[in-house]
Ligand binder design. Structure first.
Ligand code: ZN
Ligand code: ZN
Ligand code: ZN
Length: 375
């Protein structure tokens, strides 16, 4: 059932990403980019240290200079096996040495660097102590679009993850909801995501009845009952790229009000989707979806942004939110996920991942938006 794995990324792919990153940093007036273990390091080098430890691992990118990965000596053999290792130089340090002393000569003494969000504070403090005239800014602040535009090989992976999540949805509709706990259905969803090829499950939200009105609810001990609306929001990573989709189902026949609210959310999702095209600001996707819900009288019950980017993580820039003026660019992938949350009663959310094409948008989730009736 698992789809064939796509061709792995090569050292050349990682070299191109690192060059792009160094150039982007330079264009932003920075001396370079410092990247600790986490999604940016995986994207740039394919390297994910097996254990997150207090020992410093740090990639240094600077325009016109070869990439250098500072690694603890005992982890160097692993780093040498990383798919991007051929595109960088390793600089190891041994226990007992000061890793910041090893790193400092690689940096411009008074340079300003973008540093990845997931780099531990203790490492940044160590560098600052060595280089008191250097300064730092967060990658997501200085270079928020670094990973936002996906190339063809990345798009293939995001699409495959979306198709696998869709397959999981088609199966979950067939399971019994009434009389089972939310956590039971959530476990089914996790099993299905793995069965259809995900190597990592990030979340399996099952929000039944009043729990569906809390967008942060994951899944709990509540026993799902007849008449419940159930928000199902699930995703994870497949071949290193994310899925994230939401459908709202109903146990048995819905009321007229439940149908109406579901219709409004479905139309809002469609309005957001139809607004997608290159050059449109991210905030306009939010505005298009929100206007529909507001016009229908439920504006105060749509209590979160309309969407977020997706790639090597399931939540990343760009964000579809009021105030985000970043224009859409072909290759960006993000969610459109409006919702209506009626406190103490029920919630409805519908979410697809969408990618920007040359002249519009393309959904990477294809399951029916209509309210499925489950048993
Ligand atoms: Zn109901
Ligand atoms: Zn979601
Ligand atoms: Zn989402």
């Amino acid at each position: 059932m698992k789809a064939d794995a796509p061709a792995p990324f090569t050292a050349d792919d990682y070299r191109a990403r690192m060059e792009h990153a160094a150039t982007t940093a330079s264009d932003a007036g920075l001396a370079g980019l410092l990247v600790g273990p986490g999604p940016d390091l995986v994207w740039l080098t394919g390297y994910q240290p097996t254990a997150m430890t207090e020992r410093l691992t740090l990639l240094r990118l600077a325009p016109g200079e070869d990439p250098v990965l500072v690694v603890p000596k005992l982890e160097a053999p692993d780093a040498e096996q990383a798919p991007g290792a051929g595109a960088l130089t390793l600089r190891d340090w041994t226990d007992g040495q000061d890793p910041y002393g090893t790193t400092a000569p690689l940096l411009d003494k008074a340079g300003r660097y973008a540093i990845s969000d997931s780099t531990w504070a203790m490492h940044l403090l160590g560098l600052q102590e060595q280089l008191p005239d250097s300064s730092y800014t967060a990658v997501t602040k200085a270079l928020p679009m670094l990973r936002a535009v996906k190339d063809a090989a990345e798009l293939e992976r995001v699409a495959a993850a979306g198709a696998a999540a869709d397959a999981a949805y088609e199966e979950i509709k067939k399971v019994t909801f009434a009389g089972r706990k939310e956590t039971d259905v959530a476990a089914d969803l996790a099993d299905l995501l793995r069965r259809f090829g995900h190597e990592q499950v990030d979340f399996t939200v099952v929000g039944s009845g009043p729990n569906g009105a809390n967008p942060h609810h994951e899944a709990g001990d509540r026993v799902i009952g007849h008449g419940d609306m159930v928000v199902l929001d699930f995703g994870g990573l497949m071949h290193g790229y994310g899925s994230d989709t939401t459908r709202t189902v109903h146990v048995g026949e819905p009321t007229d009000e439940e149908r109406r609210v579901h219709d409004i959310v479905r139309e809002a999702q469609q309005a957001g989707f139809e607004a997608v095209r290159p050059g449109v600001a991210c905030q306009d996707i939010d505005r298009a979806a929100r206007a529909h819900i507001t016009d229908a009288g439920y504006g105060e019950y749509f209590i979160h942004r309309t969407g977020h980017g997706i790639g090597t993580t399931t939540h990343e820039p760009p964000y579809m939110i009021e105030g985000e003026e970043q224009p859409l660019v072909p290759g960006m992938c993000f969610s459109i996920e409006p919702g209506i949350y009626l406190p103490g009663r029920f919630g409805v959310r519908i979410e697809d991942i969408v990618t920007v094409t040359a002249d519009g948008g393309q959904r990477l989730n294809g399951t029916d938006h209509a309210m499925a009736i489950v048993g």
